[in-house]
Write a protein that binds this ligand. Structure first.
Ligand code: C2E
Ligand code: MG
Ligand code: MG
Length: 755
């Protein structure tokens, strides 16, 4: 049965159908009861005012064993003495009580005191009377739970023995029930306490403590599990210990010197059952999800049958608890693992960083966040499945490069984190996993990454702050140094804070109606007539300084404020257009910038309808300027939206053309009317190569049948050149700056006056 025992002749093992093994080293199979009771007795109290009765009873019961135990007698001659003994001697099993003593009812009067005051409900009472007429009323017998009553003349050995045996048996049963009740309560309490333990080790520690409490011994024991990992030689691991065994935690069982403890544990795990020994017990705590687990607790003395029964119940309960713990842990795993790539997620990373902070280690650590460049576009172009594969491969490569003590995590869509010693988390190491192209579905894809590194010494706060700060570094790197690894700089975090402050100010300025619009004219190059205006937003902050929309529009976009703000802009721009038309400027249009966030908002069409409805304006006089960044999101959905906007009647214009990444095919699909050449190209049109680019863009626009407009024209020569190239319209400081309403009206009036 067991490979662990054959050498030991003095160990006898048997196993019954209840999966209980008793090991004795006495050489004889023993029932726990015989051993148990060798040195135990039943305590009998004789209460009687007649000395002869005491003597006669002792004589009748001399050398008598009841239920394998000897009897031990106590003697009282009146009620007071009796109470004294009852208060000081524990575990009295039976009282032989004389009814008539100092008074005719003294014995009977003692019974309610025993039952009600002393609350001794287990001990059995046998009443003895001298005369049959002294027998108590039947309801007294019932109410005070009196076992039996006898005439003193019945004091024969045989009758006494029979009467006492039945009393002792019933006492024993009552005690068993009482002990079990207590034990069951303890088990219930233990289970609920154990369930709240976090982690298997704490749970196991709790199990030892509770078993020891159940047995009424000091916690001295170990818990051993069988590891499921097949790659290890020694699979029995000690996961918790108490008392002398403490040094063995997290060590293999083989490191414990050969002893009854290790033998019991092996036996219990090999046979999946409880193993009892006179000095301790190994309880099998099987668990479906955990694998095998056994707990050894030193009991010092043999374990009684009641306790064995209780331990069985305890084990079953514990196995359930352990399953629950593992269920909770797997829930936790779920909460801490990224299921796509199988890496720790953001929460888990936070915990790892917190643990590092709490350890106050001397080894400096750094946190790097790595973002795959243009992942959104790759995903959109090649499909999500392809994107997922790419992320998985990237995760594998990072894991292979950064093993222990580093932690690799996935903290966002295409953002990974590496947390480890600063000497590991270095630029070159971070770039290395991405040097070779990724092969997915036969396609080779070279990925570039942008990363930000934050040394933990720079961070005030916990894991979440570290990740936040690293995100700031990453974001800045994304904006300014794509494809590079950027080190943390205090200025970055300060900048982020000031942007947050700016956003707050912007919100309140918007609520207080402190934003306003300016209008920049657009002119036809052929005759320099005004074709329309572009509405541009302006913000003068509380210090009277103009904040550039280049600064605050991205903030409004990121925060979602642009949705309400954009509607306000459009409404005011249309109101201005209506005013101009009322003034007779009938053939002019109004261009309004539409952010991607606005276009992608589900209510964009309703919003547009609503705003034109308010002023009853023909949407063909309104040109919405979009940028190439709409290709970064869901291109197909965005294209469908643009089609609808065109169907309503709006004109569409591609702003800042040339700075984004739209391809020719993509441009062909766009339902636009107009192409706006970005001012950076116009700016460089003085050089030969710059001129060639502008010319190309003009040609491209014309090929697609679009109206071509150049923005940011600051010099006359630029205008001349553009005209030669065939560009249709211009917009720029050279012709007119953006103007507030009154100024614009004056400007228009002055031009009209000049004819
Ligand atoms: P944009 O739509 O390309 O606007 C043209 C920008 O060029 C405006 O800058 C305008 O003042 C500037 N500009 C015009 N002519 C010249 C010139 O000859 N030289 C130079 N150097 N600049 C010239 P502004 O108003 O600072 O706006 C910057 C950007 O902010 C805009 O670029 C647009 O993307 C965004 N923006 C401005 N107003 C709004 C708005 O109401 N809504 C949205 N969504 N974005 C806006
Ligand atoms: Mg614009
Ligand atoms: Mg522009």
């Amino acid at each position: 049965m067991s490979g662990n025992f054959p050498k030991d002749k003095d160990l006898f093992v048997f196993k019954d159908e209840d999966k209980m093994i008793l090991i004795t080293d006495t050489g004889s199979p023993g029932s726990s009861d015989t051993q148990d009771d060798d040195d135990r007795v039943w305590r009998i109290l004789i209460i009687d005012d007649e000395e002869e009765v005491h003597q006669a009873t002792l004589y009748a019961l001399r050398d008598t064993k009841i239920l394998t135990r000897n009897l031990e007698f106590y003697h009282a001659y009146n009620s007071a003495q009796a109470l004294d003994i009852l208060r000081t001697v524990p575990d009295i099993a039976v009282i032989l009580l004389d009814v008539v003593m100092e008074t005719s009812n003294a014995g009977l009067d003692l019974v309610p005191v025993i039952r009600e005051q002393l609350k001794m409900n287990d001990l059995r009472i046998i009443l003895r009377t001298g005369e049959p007429n002294q027998a108590p009323e039947i309801d007294v017998i019932r109410d005070y739970d009196i076992n039996d009553y006898k005439l003193k003349s019945d004091l024969t050995k045989k009758k006494l023995y029979a009467s006492l045996t039945s009393a002792v048996r019933s006492y024993k049963q009552l005690r068993t029930i009482e002990d079990s009740k207590k034990g069951l309560n303890m088990i219930l309490q233990a289970s609920s306490e154990l369930l709240t333990q976090e982690g298997l080790n704490n749970f196991a520690q709790g199990v030892i403590i509770h078993i020891a409490a159940l047995l009424g011994v000091a916690p001295e024991g170990v818990i051993c599990v069988r590891r499921r990992d097949q790659h290890v030689e020694e699979d029995l691991m000690i996961i918790a210990a108490a008392g002398d065994f403490c040094s063995l935690i997290d060590r293999p069982l083989s490191e414990m010197s050969e002893s009854i403890t290790s033998r019991l544990l092996r036996e219990s795990l090999d046979n999946r059952c409880n193993v009892f020994h006179k000095t301790g017990v190994a309880l099998y705590l099987g668990s479906h999800t955990r694998g095998d687990m056994s707990c050894y607790v030193a009991s010092g003395t043999p374990i009684s049958d009641v306790d064995k029964g209780l331990l069985e119940i305890f084990c079953n309960n514990i196995a359930l608890c352990a399953d629950n713990i593992s269920f909770l842990e797997s829930l936790k795993d779920y909460a801490f693992t990224d299921t796509l790539v199988g890496l720790p997620n953001r929460n888990a990373l936070e915990e790892v960083i917190n643990r590092y902070i709490d350890q106050k280690s001397d080894v400096p650590y750094s946190l790097a966040l790595i973002d795959i460049d243009n992942f959104a576009e790759i995903n959109a172009a090649l499909g999500q499945e392809y994107g997922d594969q790419l992320l998985k491969t990237a995760a594998d490569r990072l894991k292979a490069r950064f093993y222990e003590p580093n932690t690799v995590a996935r903290v966002g869509g295409d953002t990974f984190a590496v947390f480890g010693p600063t000497s590991h988390v270095q630029k070159k190491a971070l770039l290395q996993p991405f040097v070779n192209p990724f092969q997915i579905g036969g396609e080779l894809q070279l990925l570039s990454i942008t990363a930000g590194i934050v040394p933990l010494t720079e961070i005030q706060g916990r894991g979440s702050e570290a990740i936040k700060d690293a995100s700031i570094v990453l974001k800045q790197a994304k904006n300014q140094s794509r494809g590079q690894v950027v080190m943390f700089h205090h200025k970055m975090v300060d900048d982020a804070r000031s942007r947050l402050q700016m956003l707050r100010n912007l919100r309140s300025a918007f609520e207080l109606n402190q934003l306003f619009l300016v209008f920049q004219p657009k002119l036809k190059l052929s005759d320099l007539s005004v074709t329309g205006f572009e509405a541009l937003i302006r913000w003068k902050d509380s210090f009277g300084r103009f904040v550039s929309p280049g600064e605050f529009i991205p903030l409004a976009e990121q925060s979602g404020l642009i949705i309400r703000m954009g509607e306000w802009i459009l409404r005011n721009a249309i109101a201005e257009l209506a005013l101009l038309r009322a003034k007779g400027y009938m053939n002019t249009s109004m261009a309004v910038n539409l952010s991607v966030a606005q276009l992608e908002h589900p209510d964009v069409l309703e919003m547009l309808m609503r705003v034109i409805g308010e002023n009853n304006i023909d949407p063909s006089f309104i040109e919405l300027e979009i940028t190439e960044s709409i290709a970064m999101g869901d291109i197909e959905a965005n294209l469908r939206r643009l089609e609808k906007i065109r169907e309503i009647g709006f004109k569409l214009s591609m702003d800042d053309f040339g700075t984004g990444f739209s391809s020719f095919t993509y441009l062909q699909k766009m339902p636009i009317n107009c192409l706006k050449i970005d001012r950076s190209f116009v700016n460089r049109s003085n050089t030969k190569s710059g001129r060639e680019i502008v010319e190309m863009i003009v040609q491209l626009g014309k090929t697609l049948g679009l109206n071509v407009i150049a923005e940011g024209v600051e010099e006359e020569v630029q205008g001349v050149l553009l005209k030669e190239m065939g560009c249709h319209e211009v917009q720029g400081f050279f012709y007119a700056k953006p103007m507030e309403r009154e100024q614009l009206h004056q400007w228009l009036a002055a031009r009209k006056a000049r004819g």
